[in-house]
Design a protein. Structure first.
Length: 244
C-alpha cells in the first residue's frame, strides 16, 4: 500500500481540525477572539476625546474657524494660480517674478520676526497672582494661538515670538527667549480677531486653564482692530545646516 506523502497528510489534518476542532483548539480560538476585542476596545477608548466634552456653540465656533481657514487657503491657491498663469504667459514675466519675490520676502520677514507688523488681532493679559503659571501652560497658549491662525505674536511689547522661541522657568520665574517675565504677561497676536479670541475661550483652553484651580489667575482677552508689533529679532547664522 503506497504511503501518503507528508504534505498531503498535513493538509488533511488541517482540514480535519477546521471541520472538527478539538476542545483545546476552541478554547485557544476563544481566547484569541477575546484578546482581539479587548485590544480593539482599548484603541477606541484611547482616541482623542478633546471634542466629546465641548458644547455645541464651541463646536460651531471650531467649525467656523476651520471653514474660514479653508477659504483663506483657497484664496491663496487661486492667487498662486493667477501668478503662475502670468509667468507662463510671457507678458512682462520679469516684472511679475520680481513682484512675487518681493511679496514673499515681506511675508518671510514677518514670519521670521525680522520686521515690525501691524494688523487686527487680540491682546491677552494674564495675571498670575500665585506664581503657578508653568512653561508648558504658556507654551500651550502660544501653540493654540498659532493653530488658530496667529501670524505674528509678541510678549510684553519686547519679545517677538518665532519658531525658535523657547520657554523655561528659573527660580520660579518664567523666561521666554532668555527674558524674565513678571506676574502679569501680555500676549499680542495678529490674525483674525474673532477666531483667535474663540481659540482662547473653549473648554480646556487658555482662559479656563488660567482661571481654574491649576493657576488661579485671570485671563482677559480683548479684540483689537489695529495692533502694532515693533519688536524684532536678529536671525542667527546656522552653524550646521546648509542649503541642500
Amino acid at each position: 500500500m503506497p504511503e501518503v506523502p507528508p504534505e498531503t497528510s498535513v493538509w488533511q489534518r488541517i482540514a480535519r481540525d477546521i471541520v472538527r476542532p478539538s476542545r483545546s483548539q476552541l478554547v485557544v480560538a476563544l481566547i484569541l477572539l477575546l484578546s482581539g476585542l479587548a485590544v480593539t476596545m482599548q484603541l477606541a477608548g484611547n482616541r482623542d476625546q478633546r471634542y466629546t466634552t465641548l458644547r455645541q456653540d464651541e463646536l460651531v465656533a471650531m467649525l467656523d474657524d476651520v471653514t474660514a481657514e479653508s477659504r483663506r487657503l483657497e484664496s491663496e491657491v487661486a492667487e498662486l494660480e493667477r501668478t503662475r498663469q502670468r509667468l507662463q504667459s510671457g507678458a512682462d514675466a520679469s516684472a511679475v517674478a520680481r513682484d512675487e519675490a518681493l511679496r514673499r520676502l515681506d511675508a518671510l520677514e514677518l514670519l521670521g520676526g525680522t520686521a515690525p507688523a501691524t494688523g487686527p488681532g487680540i491682546r491677552v493679559t494674564i495675571t498670575d497672582r500665585q506664581g503657578k503659571l508653568t512653561p508648558d501652560i504658556l507654551l500651550n497658549t502660544i501653540e493654540e494661538l498659532r493653530d488658530a491662525g496667529a501670524e505674528v505674536m509678541e510678549i510684553d511689547d519686547r519679545i517677538r515670538l518665532v519658531t525658535t522661541s523657547w520657554v523655561t522657568s528659573a527660580d520660579g520665574v518664567l523666561t521666554v527667549d532668555g527674558t524674565r517675565l513678571g506676574g502679569t504677561i501680555t500676549i499680542e497676536a495678529i490674525g483674525a480677531p474673532g477666531t483667535l479670541a474663540e481659540a482662547t475661550r473653549f473648554r480646556g483652553g487658555l482662559v479656563s486653564t488660567i482661571e481654574g484651580e491649576r493657576v488661579g489667575g485671570t485671563a482677559r482677552v480683548v479684540e483689537v482692530d489695529d495692533l502694532r508689533i515693533d519688536s524684532v529679532i536678529t536671525p542667527q547664522e546656522p552653524r550646521f545646516a546648509r542649503p541642500a
